[in-house]
Each structure stands twice: as C-alpha cells, then as structure tokens.
Design a protein around this ligand. Structure first.
Ligand SMILES: [Ca+2]
Ligand SMILES: [Ca+2]
Length: 199
C-alpha cells in the first residue's frame, strides 16, 4: 500500500514537471554551438575578463550576429538565461542586444531589448544579468538572442549568453514542495489519508 501511494505521488510530480520547452546545450558546455543555428558567434571560456556563469563555456555573439533555437512551448512556461551586453561602441551609435521570439510563420511574438549603448554608456557593459521570460500562449517557433549595430558597422558590441534553461513555473514548484512535504510528514506519521490521493 505504501509503495503504491508513493508511486502515485512521484508519477504526479513527474507529470506536473513535464515541459514542452526543452533546451539542449543551453549552457554551451559542449564547447560549441551544438543545437544552435548561429551567425557571428563563438563559444569561449573568457572574454574581456568575463567568465561563464554556469560551467566553463558561454556564447559570445558579435554585432549583427545571433543564435537561434527551434522550440515548442506551453502557456506559462518560463525561459531563464544569463546575459551580458558589452560594447566597445559609443553614442550616438546605439548598438543593442535583444531576445526575440517568433512563431513558425516568422511572426514576431516578442522583441525585447536587453540593453543598448545608451543604457550602459559609452564602452560600457551590464555585467551578467538573469532574465526570465514567460510564454503567454502555447506555441512553437524560434527563440533568438542577438546583438545589432546601429548607425554604422565600424565598431562592434557583444552579447554573452549562458545557462539558457527552463525555469519551473512557481505554482508547480509550490505543488512539488507541498507533495514532498506531505511525503516526508507522512513517513513520520506512517498513516496515509485518502484525501491525498485525490490531489
Ligand atoms: Ca556555460
Ligand atoms: Ca556598432
């Protein structure tokens, strides 16, 4: 009886944590851009004094370059990533970095400016930041990170990306914690109540 209940609990946990969004090599620890379509991008361990935030490697995207990943996602799923915009340019050449989500037809769902020269200042950088993007609707298409020149193409800016991953929705995290909490408390009590099986 106890085994059956625990099996039920853990299968429920497994089902609630299942994710349509699946990021492979999101931390670039293969040392290359495997799974990512890309242009003007390399994978490195250190650049301008910045090291990876997760593991050893991160992606370094150079002006007018980007990396893209084909994905499917569910409403409410969260994409987490670390990023750092580092420019060698100056105003009024307002180079900018972005996260862009497009559907399978190429329609832009979201186009988010992460940082630009005007926000970091001449020759500035944001240092590593974390961003969590929430998908408003179930869909599929491309997730793109990129950096673009503005005004001219003489001086580059860079976007570093690392630790691209699927963040658990808060509600599921709480459910998981609640279920684990029940499992531990029940172990002490030994008894199980039918109510729990109806969760
Ligand atoms: Ca990494
Ligand atoms: Ca530039």
């Amino acid at each position: 009886m106890k085994k059956i209940i625990y099996a039920g609990l853990f299968s429920l946990l497994a089902s609630t944590s299942a994710s349509a969004l699946t990021i492979t090599n999101g931390s670039f620890e293969t040392g290359d851009l495997a799974t990512w379509a890309n242009s003007n991008t390399t994978v490195t361990t250190i650049d301008a004094g910045y090291a990876a935030t997760d593991g050893s490697y991160f992606a370094k995207i150079t002006s007018n370059g980007l990396i893209l990943n084909s994905q499917i996602w569910d409403e409410g799923e969260k994409l987490s990533f670390d990023w750092n915009f580092n420019t060698t340019d100056y105003m009024p050449f307002n180079d900018y970095s972005f996260l862009k989500i497009t559907d399978i037809l190429g329609n832009v769902i979201d186009d988010i400016t992460l940082a630009d020269v005007s926000s970091v200042g001449n020759y500035g950088a944001t240092d590593w930041q974390n961003y969590v993007y929430t998908f408003a609707e179930t869909g599929s298409g491309l997730i793109s990170f990129g950096v673009a020149n503005a005004g001219d193409n003489y001086v580059n800016s860079y976007l570093y990306v690392d630790n691209v991953s699927v963040a658990a929705p808060a509600s599921l995290t709480l459910l998981g914690l609640a279920l684990f909490g029940f499992a531990f408390s029940s172990r002490r009590k030994v008894r199980f109540t039918p109510i729990v099986l109806n969760i």
